[in-house]
Design a protein around this ligand. Sequence first.
Ligand SMILES: [Zn+2]
Length: 263
Amino acid sequence: MYKLRRYSQVNQLVEAQNLTSFMRRLNYFKFLALQDKKMLEEMRLEKEKLERLQYQQMIKRQDLGIKARKQAEAKAQHEYQKKKEVARLLQVQKDKAYYEREMKALEAESRRIADYLRELYASRSNRMSTVPLGSGRFSSPILGGTMTSPYGWRVHPIFGTRRLHTGMDFGVGAGTPIRAADHGVVLDASWMGGYGKAVMIDHGQGIVTLYAHTSAFYVRPGQKVRKGQIIAAVGSTGYSTGPHLHLEVRKNGSPVDPLPWFR
Ligand SMILES: [Zn+2]
């Protein structure tokens, strides 16, 4: 538009018939050129304004997008945490139910063993020795093994429930030989519920040792054993969370702290 007009202006100037007319036209064209310049400037400003506006709107849209995305992310994260918490609670309930079942099974088996021993002591055909068979001093059933959990009351770290640990544990690898703590006669070597595969040795005078969660027996009921003799292998049978020997000392059927016999 600008160029086109300039061309026609030159033509009109050339065609001017006198100076006055020429000067008038020149002034008029100068005015027009000025107007054009102003208009162009206005258009440029208008264009810039529009571009600025578009840019601002784009930024606003982006900000809104980021905000919406952040909100969605926060919501998803919150829902995920909620689901995780529910799953955790369900797992705890499941674990607790399993733990309680396990505890009840072990307690039931412990009572059954106590009843069984008391019946033996009370029966006429008493298989139990009334004279001491052993030395009265125990040697470790695990050669060089140390006790990892003592006899006594335990509070569950998560459930907070109290439970009597009826023996002492030796946490050692599966297959580790288990030795008779003292001389005696094998009373039983069989599956004993929550105790898994277990061996009981009569040491006379109401004292019996019990070796639980074993993986294999090397003795049979009625067999005489000597202190330190290998009688079984460590395992994780019955209610057990990993390979270990659970050793119990029974006095007239009831579990007592084995520690005094090791002193
Ligand atoms: Zn134990």
